[in-house]
Structure formats: structure tokens, C-alpha cells
Design a binder for this molecule. Structure first.
Ligand SMILES: Nc1nc2c([nH]c(=O)n2[C@H]2C[C@H](O)[C@@H](COP(=O)(O)OP(=O)(O)OP(=O)(O)O)O2)c(=O)[nH]1
Length: 254
């Protein structure tokens, strides 16, 4: 079995990184069939037996990072040639061919995903930590999410940097200056958020600390400093729940 690995950081949310990768397909002149597809974290394609390849499997994993979506790709193959000849042909031809196709594919892919990301409504949230507590906020208003708990934050404006948007939202909503820290995670939000392209919006949550001011609930129904053990019982916006382990870990490692 021969194997090559590639890693790309794409300036796009998980959803867009995944969808654009799927739409562009694979850079091989041979037809591959889907083996597994778990949006937006993993997809695997493989070749049906036949032709000069005994097997070819292309696995992509999508991971949220502070810098964007990391796409880890592994290409594994075997040829029908007998072992010593196969190894020679592989070193001389196939390995280079696979690497060249992948590089060409990845350059176009990263650019296409970054372009599509410009149309996405991005939501950011802050897990503001003080001592062993995190600030959680209960949504006000009358919408379907009213009364649910969330991380303070909101929609990044077109052209705005993600962390600048986070700081602006915290200032507007609570009258505080925050300093973002580490990236905690990203979850897809269902449907169209604020008229954006359906199923592209994600919530990206960062840890943060208070630099100035005491939080005031200007837009929320209530703000509360919660300990790690109190998070689970709150009536969260369902999309936020997968982020709770990362927030709990942040509080308990202090
Ligand atoms: N702020 C925040 N929004 C969340 C979370 N989880 C979640 O699904 N959302 C959704 C709710 C909304 O559809 C969207 C954020 O919109 P928002 O209304 O808070 O944003 P905003 O402050 O920019 O709103 P506005 O200026 O239009 O009033 O993301 C979360 O933890 N924090």
C-alpha cells in the first residue's frame, strides 16, 4: 500500500470547506465512488477494482481551527503490478503523478472555498472566563430562540475580521472590552441565518477575558457567571451543546 498525505488550511467555515471539496470532486482521471460522507467532518472515496490500480482510497478530514478549516487528505493506492516492479513504478511515476494532481487540485480548491466564504453569514461567540466561571447569556426578544442560553456574540459584518466582530459584539451587547484567547470550536447552524445562504453559517467560539468594564445585559434577558458543573443544566440553543466540553475543559484546567 502506497500513501501520500496533504494538509491545507482553508479560509472558510467547515460547511463551505466541505461543500466546495465535494463539488470539485477528486483530481483523478478514474471514477471514484463515495464510501462515506459525514458532513462537515469526513468523506471517503474509493475506486472500484479494475484498471491499473488495484485500489485507490482518498480520505478527507475537515477540522475547525482558529485559522480556518484544516483539510487533511490521505491518498492510498495499490497497483496490479507485482511487488518489486510495483514499487519501482510507484517511485518513478505514480507517486509524482498523484502529488502533482493533488497540488493542482488543492490550490484551486483553497481559492474557491475562500471565495465562497465571502458570502457566508458567520456567527462568533465568546466564552468569557473569570476565575472558574464563564459568562453565559440568555437571549431576549420573542424569536424562536428567546429564553435559550448562548455565548455572547453575533454576526460578523461583511469585510470584518472575525475577532474584531467578536470584540464589537461584546462591546455593543454588554458594554465591555474583551481580549479573545484560544479557539474552542465550530458548529454548523441549521437553515438560513439572517438571510444568508442556507446551511453555510457556523458558530465559531473563542475563549476571552474581560479587559475593561462589567458586563451589562443591554440586549439579553439575563447574564450569568456559570461554573463548569452548571453548564449542562442550562436550556442552551441546541447547536451550542457540542461546544460545552471545550468550555468545561477551559474552566477546569485553571
Ligand atoms: N450570539 C450567539 N448567536 C448564536 C449562538 N448560537 C446560535 O445558534 N446562535 C445564532 C442565533 C442567531 O440566529 C445568530 C446570531 O445572531 P444575533 O442576533 O445574536 O446576532 P447580532 O447580534 O449580529 O444580531 P442583530 O445585530 O442582527 O440583532 O446565531 C450563540 O451561542 N451566540
Amino acid at each position: 500500500m502506497y500513501r501520500l498525505r496533504f494538509t491545507t488550511i482553508v479560509a472558510a467555515p467547515l460547511t463551505v470547506a466541505f461543500d466546495v471539496a465535494r463539488a470539485l470532486g477528486r483530481p483523478w482521471p478514474v471514477p471514484l465512488a463515495e464510501v462515506e460522507s459525514v458532513r462537515p467532518v469526513r468523506d471517503v472515496y474509493a475506486l472500484a477494482p479494475g484498471g491499473p490500480w488495484r485500489s485507490l482510497v482518498h480520505t478527507r478530514r475537515f477540522t475547525a481551527t482558529g485559522a480556518g478549516t484544516r483539510v487533511d487528505e490521505v491518498v492510498e493506492w495499490e497497483t496490479v503490478l507485482p511487488a518489486p516492479l510495483g514499487a519501482l513504478a510507484d517511485r518513478a511515476v505514480l507517486r509524482r503523478r498523484v502529488a502533482r494532481s493533488m497540488r493542482r487540485h488543492l490550490d484551486g480548491y483553497a481559492a474557491a472555498a475562500a471565495r465562497q466564504a465571502l458570502d457566508v453569514v458567520q456567527v462568533v461567540g465568546a466564552a468569557i472566563v473569570r476565575g472558574d466561571r464563564v459568562l453565559v447569556a440568555q437571549r431576549g426578544g420573542t424569536g424562536p430562540l428567546a429564553g435559550r442560553w448562548e455565548f455572547p456574540g453575533g454576526k460578523v459584518e461583511p469585510g470584518e475580521e472575525e475577532l474584531a466582530g467578536l470584540a464589537r459584539e461584546c462591546a455593543e451587547e454588554m458594554g465591555v472590552v474583551v481580549l479573545p484567547g484560544e479557539f474552542l470550536g465550530e458548529v454548523p447552524l441549521d437553515g438560513a441565518v439572517a438571510g444568508g445562504v442556507p446551511d453555510t453559517t457556523t458558530l465559531r467560539v473563542w475563549s476571552a477575558c474581560l479587559v475593561e468594564g462589567e458586563p451589562v445585559a443591554r440586549e439579553h434577558r439575563e447574564l450569568r457567571w456559570a461554573r463548569a458543573g452548571e453548564l449542562e443544566a442550562l436550556d442552551w440553543i441546541p447547536a451550542d451543546r457540542p461546544l460545552l466540553p471545550a468550555v468545561r475543559a477551559l474552566l477546569t484546567r485553571r
